[in-house]
Write a protein that binds this ligand. Structure first.
Ligand code: HEM
Length: 216
């Protein structure tokens, strides 16, 4: 039994039991690698809750509430980016090669929490455009005119959220380059080519495209 209410509330013993013990570690960097992956799963659950609440706010026409929540979710992606950068700094390629032999075909691209974050973010587009229609304003008009402050703030937050996710993807590509190179096939059969293409997949493509429209 945990000694303190603090540990009890956190299920600290249980959580920490999922970490490899110091004796079991292949190298010290494995503590960082496994730790970052585990922490990321927790962070994705927080992002996903924020995204769900954002959707509810947009549907309930609380646009400033939605903006605030989406900005918070974007900030969490920055913390994931920082973790990826930490690994680039901490983990020695040769150590990762040893770790990799023990993780089988496990790849983060199979993380249901990560996939859910993609699905939830993309699902915001429908309710957002419904709000545009309700206010009888197009995306191009929103970009080009004054007014509709709540919608404009939300649009900015969506762009910011998308940017933070793309920023994570870019940091991740450099992590891959720094650990396995650009020609080694990943655990799901992809190389950096796949990741570079994937990186161009915006969550809200019409939003980014609308900037072109503005200049036409
Ligand atoms: C040394 C460390 C890492 C290497 C070498 C690496 C390598 C790769 C590679 C090659 C892929 C493409 C799919 C595959 O073949 O597996 C991938 C996907 C992915 N990785 Fe990593 N990764 C590393 C660490 C991380 C970390 C720490 C995170 C999260 C914080 C992460 C998140 C992801 C995600 C989310 C995908 C799926 C991307 C998508 O399909 O949209 N990776 N990784």
């Amino acid at each position: 039994m945990p000694d303190t209410a603090y540990e009890n509330y956190l299920h600290a013993e249980k959580i920490l039991s999922y970490q490899k013990s110091e004796d079991e570690l292949i190298c010290d960097g494995e503590r960082d690698f496994q730790g970052v992956q585990q922490e990321s799963e927790f962070i994705w659950t927080r992002i996903n809750l924020l995204l769900k609440r954002t959707g509810t706010c947009i549907e309930g026409e609380d646009l400033s509430g939605a903006t605030r929540l989406l900005e918070q979710a974007a900030a969490l992606w920055s913390s994931l980016t920082a973790k990826v950068e930490e690994l680039l700094w901490r983990l020695w390629p040769n150590d990762f090669q040893k770790i990799r032999k023990t993780i089988g075909s496990g790849s983060t691209s199979d993380s249901p929490r990560y996939r859910e974050s993609e699905r939830l973010a993309k699902s915001l587009w429908g309710p957002f455009t419904a709000q545009l229609e309700k206010s009888t304003v197009t995306l191009k008009q929103l970009l080009g005119t004054e007014g509709h402050d709540d919608l404009r703030a939300l649009l900015k937050a969506m762009m910011w959220y998308d940017y933070r996710v793309q920023e994570f993807a870019i940091a991740h590509i450099y992590l891959v380059l720094g650990k396995i190179g650009d020609r080694t096939v990943g655990l799901k059969g992809g190389t950096t080519d796949y990741l570079v293409k994937r990186q161009g997949n915006f969550l809200f493509p019409p939003l980014w495209d609308s900037i072109n429209e503005l200049y036409q």
